[in-house]
Write a protein that binds this ligand. Structure first.
Ligand SMILES: [Zn+2]
Length: 262
């Protein structure tokens, strides 16, 4: 297994075993261990869904507590399925610095977080320049090359060498469950130069193929020069016991969090 599961006070979370950020450095939270109910059961971290705000705040305290932090000690992002990347600092803790699907920092102590329900979490760690990046890429982020934008932002801001980066693509909807039609099919073909069936767009029994989102993100990272890339192997739509899935739960669901700290 690429990811290892942990538990702390009823709260289940995962870590990439190979992540050089170390034990305290990152956590992929699940939906388990929170106080929300119904479609948001139980560790929903998003106030953009119809969950009780008081429950979300209680969930955030629990979730960020896994790495010994409070909600005032992490930087979040207003996700818009784009390729904007923002550099943040400890001074940004407790805020959401504008619309962006990528956050980067090289400030020791800085914590990054984003919420997910099928889109792919992209985690980057630079052990040489001591810097991190966190991204959010669904099909739109993949075709707009958010993963590549994240790598290039770290190159420009911190002098990161892509070949020296560690990258992890967290739990997201897998090719097993992600049936797509237009405009996804056309956009994927164009962005990735797909010419043969089975390449990122997997033939299905019906007329609509399945999109391999984790593989697309891996390819974007590779194209940007990253060599060490780990895929989680976990499909959010297959594992609604562990994760929220926008697709599998027909939009009525919560968001799980990913935390990355320096
Ligand atoms: Zn699946």
């Amino acid at each position: 297994m690429v990811m290892q599961q942990f538990e702390r006070e009823g709260l289940a979370y995962f870590r990439f075993e190979s992540c050089p950020a170390g034990d305290g450095g990152h956590a992929v939270l699940t939906r388990q261990g929170g106080v929300s109910s119904g479609p948001f059961a139980s560790l929903n971290l998003s106030v953009s869904v119809a969950d009780e705000p008081a429950n979300v705040l209680a969930n955030r305290a629990r979730a960020y507590g896994v790495l010994g932090r409070t909600a005032a000690e992490v930087v979040g992002a207003h996700l818009v399925h784009g390729a904007e990347v923002v550099r943040v600092r400890v001074a940004d803790h407790g805020t959401i610095p504008g619309r962006a699907d990528g956050l980067i920092t090289d400030e020791p102590g800085c914590g990054l977080t984003m919420n997910f329900a099928d889109c792919a979490p992209i985690l980057l760690y630079d052990p040489q320049q001591r810097a991190i990046g966190l991204g959010h890429a669904g099909w739109q982020g993949a075709v707009r090359d958010l993963p590549g934008a994240l790598v290039r932002a770290m190159q420009a801001a911190f002098g990161s060498d892509p070949a020296g980066l560690w990258a992890g693509v967290g739990p997201c909807i897998g090719a097993c469950c992600y049936e797509v039609g237009e405009p996804v099919v056309g956009a994927v073909r164009e962005a990735f130069g797909v010419t043969r069936p089975g390449d990122l767009l997997i033939p299905n029994n019906g007329p609509r193929p399945h999109f391999d989102l984790p593989e697309a993100n891996r390819r974007s990272l590779q194209r940007a020069g990253v060599r060490h890339i780990e895929l989680s192997g976990l499909c959010t739509a297959c594992r609604t016991d562990l994760f929220f899935s926008h697709r599998a739960e027909k939009g009525r669901t919560g968001r799980f969090g990913v935390l990355l700290t320096l």
